[in-house]
Design a binder for this molecule. Structure first.
Ligand SMILES: Nc1ncnc2c1ncn2[C@@H]1O[C@H](COP(=O)(O)OP(=O)(O)OP(=O)(O)O)[C@@H](O)[C@H]1O
Ligand SMILES: [Mg+2]
Length: 300
């Protein structure tokens, strides 16, 4: 990927799937594959995904109405919740029954719909926690303090480099609580990068973000792909989805009901039904209207 993507003209990845497009369609190079993943809360089946594959080094949007099971599915895939049944693998290795911190160590990291930045820690400490909470190096720290000091310096340098990219370096000594909602979202994304993930799962990265920061968040998400990472993000704003997603997966009532390239999937009656019931004349782009982006021409 030589050309530098910008949010005004993102470079779209195409040819990601194999065969006819349908829910659960195979991908040429899937980074994550899930089968029969079901999670029930009492009588409510929150997630019931028969089969889904996430394409590598692309940006996939997971969309669907409120309560469709998107966050629950994220929780299951990343070890924050356990399914009643099902299996899923990341880079060909099973992740079922793998704890959240081990999932992160394998290269799959997620952010939360409600930001989990720790307000009473500084921005830098939040970043360091992103690294150490997943490395389990307490033992070596107590046995070899010098090695640990060197390691800590490396972690700090890495944190600073990422914070610079996110233009948060001048705030490194501020409490996270003093940041705006949008800056906290940026911090959460920055923190996720401390573990050098391969797959970054973002649960509503734009929610509550001031329009002034929207552009910058979009650039960062596109930047992750340009650096070779895979992104799976949940988003309600169809303008944003259309703008940056290479592939869209639609969930409704716990199931995957449609998949496809953004412009195609938005025309799918199952998607329009899931969102709007019978009001099929409404443009999906107006569902939230939270951000306005330049309309892009149809991707190749
Ligand atoms: N811990 C829980 N206990 C009981 N029910 C739950 C729990 N978590 C989620 N649910 C229910 O499961 C369903 C799916 O919820 P989920 O949060 O996954 O949806 P979502 O697609 O992320 O929605 P939104 O777009 O509003 O974030 C909802 O009906 C929700 O009320
Ligand atoms: Mg959710």
């Amino acid at each position: 990927m030589s050309s530098k993507p910008t949010s005004s003209s993102p470079v779209k990845s195409t040819g990601l799937h194999v065969g006819a497009i349908k829910p659960g369609v195979a991908k040429k190079d899937p980074i994550l594959v899930a089968d029969h993943v079901r999670r029930q809360f009492g009588g409510l089946v929150a997630v019931d995904v028969e089969h889904v594959e996430i394409p590598r080094n692309a940006i996939t949007a997971l969309i669907g109405p409120n309560g469709a099971g998107k966050t629950t599915f994220f929780n299951l895939l990343t070890g924050f919740d356990q399914p009643n049944e099902g299996k899923w693998s990341f880079n060909g290795k099973s992740l079922a029954n793998v704890s959240a911190y081990r999932v992160a160590r394998r290269g799959l990291i997620r952010t939360f719909q409600l930001t989990k930045a720790l307000g009473l820690l500084t921005v830098m400490d939040n970043m360091k926690l992103g690294s150490t909470e997943q490395s389990g190096e307490k033992l070596s720290a107590s046995l070899f303090p010098l090695i640990w000091k060197k390691k800590e310096k490396e972690i700090e340098e890495k944190a600073l480099e990422i914070l610079q990219r996110f233009k948060l370096d001048t705030k490194k000594d501020d409490f996270a609580a003093s940041l705006s909602g949008g800056q906290r979202k940026l911090l959460e994304m920055a923190r996720a990068l401390m573990t050098d993930p391969e797959l970054v799962m973002l649960d509503e990265p734009m929610a509550g973000v001031n329009p002034a920061l929207t552009e910058s968040l979009l650039e960062h998400i596109l930047g992750l792909k340009a650096q070779g990472m895979t992104v799976l993000f949940v988003e309600h704003d169809m303008h944003m989805v259309r703008h940056i997603a290479d592939w869209v997966i639609v969930m409704a009532e716990g199931k995957v009901v449609a998949e496809g390239a953004p412009n195609e999937v938005m025309k799918n009656p199952a998607v329009i039904d899931a969102y709007l019931g019978s009001h099929q004349d409404i443009d999906l782009g107006t569902v939230t209207g939270r951000i306005t982006l330049p309309k892009i021409s149809k991707e190749k």
